[in-house]
Design a protein around this ligand. Structure first.
Ligand code: HT7
Ligand code: ZN
Length: 874
C-alpha cells in the first residue's frame, strides 16, 4: 500500500471536462461504456503517458478518437490504466468499455446491489470501481448518463441532473438519459435502478423557481418518508435565509437504501441515504431517530453549496466541506429545537468521540498530512473538530462578518476545488481580520489544555484572570505551536447577577459577556470595578474545543449549575463536578465520592423547579459523563472500576430522590406523538426518571407500570424507553417483551436493528449473549446497519462487557473484524477503532487485547484495516 502526502499535491496531468456514460445493467454483469473528452493540461509535456484510476474492472475495449488501441499501447497495472501512446493534440476522445460485478460488491463502494436495487457510492474513490477515470476531486466534468435495465424489475432509473430522454428498448428493457448541467467531481456521481415508490412535493425558491422534490423508498416504507420531506423543505428555506444559498437544479431527489456504509451521501441532485437517516414514523422511530433524520437531511442538502458548488481540491481538504457543513447543520438544528440542548449534544459528541480520538493512537490533524486509505479519515476529528474551528471563526467574526465571508467564499470559488486556506482567506478578506493564526488548528493534532487561575483584589477591586495554554506533543508533531483560543466568559456576583465587564485601560464596561482570545503561552486579563470575588463562567457554549483546567470550588460549580444564565454552562458545571467526584475515587484513592451530600442536596433543591421550566436540561444534567469519557481521564484504565464508581453515583442520586423519580415517571402523561422541542423534552425527562427510578428503590407499582407502558406505548420513544429499562435492569418480563418486540416489528429492519442494539448494550449481559445473537437468523455481517447494531454497539457502548477481564469481548470482536474485513474493509476498519484505548488498559486486559490485535496483524488484511491496525499497534 502506498502512502499519499499532502506536500506532493500536483494538479492532474490530463483533465476530463466531459463524460458520456452508458451503464447497461444485466443479471450477472453490468457493462459500462464511457466516452471521455480528454484535455492535456498546459503544463503537461506532449507524449506524457495518460494514467487513469480503475479498480476491479474488466477492460473490454479501448479506443482513442475512434481508433482501437493496440495491446502494447497501454498497460493495466494495479489500480491504474496507463496509456503510453497519447495523441499530440491537447484534446482527444477516449472510449472505454468495461464490465463490473455489482452483485458481488459487498464493500458497498462503486455500483452495488442493495436489497434488489442498484445504487452507487462514489465518495471518496468509488467511481474508479465503475469505470476508468481521473477519480480525484479536482477534476470537474459535465456528466451525461444513460442507464438501461429490465423495465419490470427496475422501473426507476435515476442519475444526477435532469432526465432528458427515456424510452423502451428490446427484450423488455428500458433506458433513461440524465444530464447534469453543473460540472462536478466524480465522487458526486450517482445512479440508481430499482423498483421504488416515490413521495413527491415541491419547493418554491426565494427567486420564485419551482423545484420538484422526490423521495424514493420501498413501497412499504413510503409512509415513513414525510418527516424527511419536511426536513428537506425546512433546510432549503433555512439555507436561503441564513446563508443566502438557493437550490440550483429543477429537481432534488433522495433515495433510501438499506445497505450503506455511512449515513448519507450528497451526490449532486441525487442524494443517496441510509434508510436509518430517512425513515421516521412515531410507531417505529424514537425521538433520537427523528432528530437524526432532520439533521442528516439538512447536512446533505447543505453540501449542495459547501461541498458541491465549491468542492475540495484533494482529500486532505476533507474538513473544508465536512467541518463547515457539520457547523451549518448544527446551526440549523439549534434553530429547529432548543439551541442550548443542541450545543450540549454536539459538545457531548466532541468530548466523547473526538477528544478520545485526539488522545489516542488514531490522532491526526483536522487536515491530515498523509494517509494510506482516505476512507480511514472520515473521523470525528475531520468532522467535529473541523466544525469547532469554523465555529471559533464564527464566534470571533460575529454573525454579520461571518456571513460576508461565506458569501465571498461561495462567490469567489464557485465551480472550483479549493483548500482550507482559501476558506479562511475569504473570511479574512471579507472581514478585514487576520485569521491566519487559526490555520494552526488544522495543522496539528491534540486537544489543547487551557489552564486558568484567578485572583480577586478586594482593595484594588480588580479580578485577574491568568490563562496558560499547553498543547500535547504527538507522534510526528513534537513541538506543537500556540493556538488562538476564543474564551467566552461572564462573571457572576454571589447574588446570581452577571457583572459588567471592564478591562483595565477601557473607559467603560463592554457588556456582561465577552470573548477573549488566548493566543500566548501565558496571558493575563485584569477586570476592574469588581467589588467582591465573582464566580467565573468560562468557555461559555464551549467557545473552543479545549480541556478547561480551572480549579473551581465545588460550591462554585454548584452555583453555576443553578444560576448560570447560559444553559450549556449549567450542564458543563454539573458534568465537571460529577467527573471530579468520580475521578477522586477511581484514581485518587478516595474511599467515597467527595462532596456527595452537598451535591445530592443541591440536586434535590434544583430539579423539581427545573423540571417545570426546562425538563430537557434537567435530563441532560443527570446524564453522567460516560464510562469511555472517564477512561480518557485516567492514566491506567480499569473498566470494571470505572463502571462500578459511576453506577455508585447514579445509585446515590437515585436513592436520594427515589420517590421523586418514581412520581415523575408514573405521573408523566404519554399521549400521541408530537415532534416539538417541548414534547421531546418531556419524553427525554421521563426516560431519565425511569432509569433513576429503577436504580433507586422501585415499588411494585413502578415495575408493573414499565411492563404496561411497554405494551400500550403510543409510540416508539415510549416503547423503547420501557424495553431498554426492562432489559438493562434484568426485569423478570424482559425476555417476554424482547420476544414480543421482535415479533411485532419483524418486517421493520431499522427496528430490528434497535432490538439487537438494546441487547448489545446491556451492561448486565455480555459476550455470550452477543455471540448468541451473531448466530440469530436475522443477523448478517453484510448489512452495515445490522452489523453495527450488534457489534459496534457492543464494542463501543457496553464498555464493562467488551472489556471483560478474561478478554472474551476482545476475542469476539477481533474474530468478527477478520470476517468482516473480507466483505467490507471500510466498516471493518472502523470497528477496529474500539481498541483505541488498549495501550492504557491495566496490564491483564492490555495483554489480552494485544494478543487479539497481533493475531489480526498476522492475517492478510485490506489496506483500510491494516492501516488502522498499524497505527493502533505502532
Ligand atoms: N460526504 C459523505 C461522506 C462519505 C460517505 C457516505 C456514505 C458512504 C460512504 C461514504 N464515504 C464518505 C457523507 C457526509 O459526510 O455528508
Ligand atoms: Zn458531509
Amino acid at each position: 500500500p502506498r502512502t499519499v502526502f499532502l506536500k506532493d499535491y500536483q494538479a492532474p496531468a490530463y483533465g476530463i471536462p466531459r463524460v458520456r456514460l452508458q451503464v447497461d445493467i444485466h443479471d450477472g454483469v453490468t457493462r459500462v461504456t464511457a466516452g471521455l473528452n480528454m484535455r492535456r493540461a498546459e503544463s503537461t509535456p506532449v507524449g506524457t503517458p495518460l494514467k487513469l484510476h480503475g479498480v476491479n474492472l474488466t477492460l473490454k475495449a479501448l479506443a482513442i478518437d475512434g481508433a482501437e488501441l493496440e495491446a502494447d499501447a497501454y498497460t493495466v497495472a494495479g489500480e491504474e490504466l496507463v496509456i503510453h501512446a497519447v495523441p499530440e493534440a491537447a484534446d482527444f476522445v477516449l472510449h472505454t468499455e468495461v464490465e463490473i460485478d455489482p452483485e458481488h460488491n459487498t464493500a458497498l463502494e462503486g455500483l452495488y446491489l442493495s436489497k434488489g436495487m442498484y445504487c452507487t457510492q462514489c465518495e471518496p474513490e468509488g467511481f474508479r470501481k465503475i469505470t476508468y477515470f481521473v477519480d480525484r476531486p479536482d477534476n470537474m466534468a459535465l456528466f451525461t448518463t444513460t442507464i438501461s435495465a429490465d423495465k419490470k424489475r427496475y422501473p426507476v432509473l435515476l442519475a444526477n441532473g435532469n432526465c432528458t430522454t427515456r424510452g423502451d428498448a428490446a427484450n423488455g428493457r428500458h433506458f433513461a438519459t440524465w444530464e447534469d448541467p453543473f460540472p462536478k467531481p466524480s465522487y458526486l456521481f450517482a445512479l440508481v435502478a430499482g423498483n421504488l415508490a416515490c413521495l413527491e412535493d415541491h419547493f418554491v425558491t426565494r427567486s420564485g423557481r419551482k423545484v420538484t422534490l422526490k423521495l424514493f423508498a420501498e413501497q412499504h416504507d413510503l409512509r415513513q418518508c414525510h418527516h424527511a420531506m419536511e426536513s428537506l423543505k425546512a433546510s432549503m428555506r433555512w439555507d436561503e435565509e441564513r446563508y443566502g444559498r438557493e437550490y440550483d437544479l429543477d429537481i432534488f431527489m433522495i433515495v433510501a437504501v438499506s445497505h450503506f456504509n455511512m449515513g448519507a451521501m450528497e451526490n449532486k441532485g441525487l442524494n443517496i441515504f441510509n434508510t436509518s437517516c430517512v425513515l421516521a414514523h412515531p410507531e417505529t422511530t424514537t425521538d433520537l431517530g427523528f432528530q437524526r433524520v432532520e439533521s442528516v437531511v439538512a447536512h446533505e442538502y447543505f453540501h449542495n453549496w459547501s461541498g458541491n458548488r465549491v468542492t475540495c481540491r484533494d482529500w486532505f481538504q476533507l474538513s473544508l466541506k465536512e467541518g463547515f457543513t457539520v457547523f451549518r447543520d448544527q446551526q440549523f438544528s439549534a434553530d429547529q429545537l432548543s439551541a442550548s440542548v443542541q450545543r450540549i449534544e454536539d459538545v457531548a459528541v466532541l468530548r466523547n468521540a473526538q477528544f478520545a480520538e485526539d488522545a489516542g493512537p488514531l490522532a491526526h490533524p483536522v487536515r491530515p498530512e498523509s494517509f494510506i486509505e482516505i476512507n480511514n479519515f472520515y473521523t470525528a476529528t475531520v468532522y467535529e473538530k473541523g466544525a469547532e474551528i469554523v465555529r471559533m471563526l464564527h464566534t470571533v467574526l460575529g454573525e454579520a462578518d461571518f456571513r460576508k465571508g461565506t458569501d465571498l467564499y461561495f462567490d469567489r470559488h464557485d465551480g472550483q476545488g479549493v483548500t482550507v486556506e482559501d476558506f479562511v482567506q475569504a473570511l479574512a478578506d471579507a472581514s478585514g481580520r487576520d485569521l491566519s493564526p487559526f490555520m494552526q488548528w488544522y495543522r496539528q493534532p491534540g486537544t489543547p489544555v487551557l489552564h486558568v487561575s484567578t485572583a480577586h483584589d478586594a482593595v484594588a477591586q480588580t479580578y485577574t484572570l491568568t490563562v496558560r495554554q499547553s498543547v500535547p506533543a504527538k507522534t510526528g508533531f513534537p513541538e506543537p505551536k500556540l493556538l488562538p483560543i476564543p474564551v467566552k466568559l461572564a462573571l457572576f456576583a454571589r447574588d446570581g447577577q452577571p457583572l459588567p465587564l471592564q478591562l483595565t485601560g477601557e473607559s467603560a464596561a463592554v457588556g456582561v459577556e465577552r470573548v477573549l482570545i488566548a493566543d500566548q503561552a501565558e496571558q493575563r486579563w485584569v477586570f476592574t470595578g469588581v467589588t467582591e470575588a465573582p464566580v467565573p463562567s468560562l468557555l461559555r457554549d464551549f467557545s473552543a474545543p479545549v480541556i478547561l483546567d480551572y480549579a473551581a470550588g465545588d460550591e462554585e460549580l454548584l452555583f453555576l449549575m443553578r444560576h448560570d444564565n447560559n444553559g450549556f454552562n449549567r450542564w458543563l458545571s454539573a458534568q465537571t463536578l460529577f467527573e471530579r467526584m468520580m475521578l477522586a475515587v477511581i484514581e485518587g484513592g478516595a474511599a467515597e465520592l467527595p462532596g456527595l451530600a452537598a451535591v445530592l442536596e443541591s440536586l434535590a433543591g434544583l430539579l423539581p423547579g427545573l423540571v417545570e421550566t426546562d425538563p430537557e436540561l434537567a435530563a441532560k444534567l443527570l446524564q453522567l459523563p460516560t464510562e469511555n469519557y472517564l477512561a480518557d481521564k485516567v492514566g491506567v484504565i480499569d473498566p470494571q472500576r470505572i463502571h462500578d464508581v459511576r453506577l455508585g453515583l447514579q445509585k446515590a442520586i437515585a436513592k436520594h430522590l427515589s420517590a421523586f423519580f418514581q412520581n415523575q415517571y408514573l405521573n408523566g402523561h404519554e399521549s400521541s406523538y408530537q415532534y416539538s422541542s417541548e414534547a421531546i423534552a418531556a419524553r427525554t425527562w421521563r426516560d431519565v426518571s425511569l432509569h433513576y427510578a429503577l436504580l433507586g428503590t422501585p415499588s411494585f407499582t413502578l415495575r408493573d407500570a414499565v411492563g404496561e407502558n411497554y405494551r400500550k406505548a403510543p409510540h416508539m420513544t415510549e416503547r423503547m424507553s420501557a424495553l431498554r429499562a426492562l432489559v438493562h435492569h434484568d426485569a423478570p418480563h424482559a425476555a417476554v417483551c424482547l420476544a414480543d418486540f421482535f415479533g411485532r416489528f419483524a418486517k421493520e429492519a431499522l427496528v430490528i436493528d434497535s432490538w439487537f442494539a438494546v441487547q448489545a448494550t446491556n451492561p448486565l449481559r455480555g459476550v455470550e449473549e452477543v455471540r448468541r445473537l451473531t448466530a440469530h437468523s436475522a443477523f448478517t455481517l453484510t448489512n452495515p446497519n445490522r452489523m453495527r447494531s450488534l457489534l459496534a454497539q457492543f464494542a463501543n457502548a457496553n464498555p464493562v462487557q467488551f472489556h471483560r477481564a478474561d478478554g472474551a469481548g476482545y476475542r469476539l470482536i477481533g474474530e468478527k473484524i477478520a470476517e468482516l474485513d473480507a466483505l467490507n474493509p471500510q466498516v471493518a476498519s472502523r470497528l477496529l477503532g474500539a481498541f483505541s484505548r488498549w495501550k492504557r488498559l491495566e496490564p491483564g486486559r492490555q495483554a489480552l487485547a494485544r494478543e487479539v490485535l497481533q493475531g489480526l496483524a498476522g492475517r492478510a488484511l485490506s489496506n483500510d484495516t491494516s492501516e488502522t491496525l498499524g497505527r493502533l499497534l505502532g
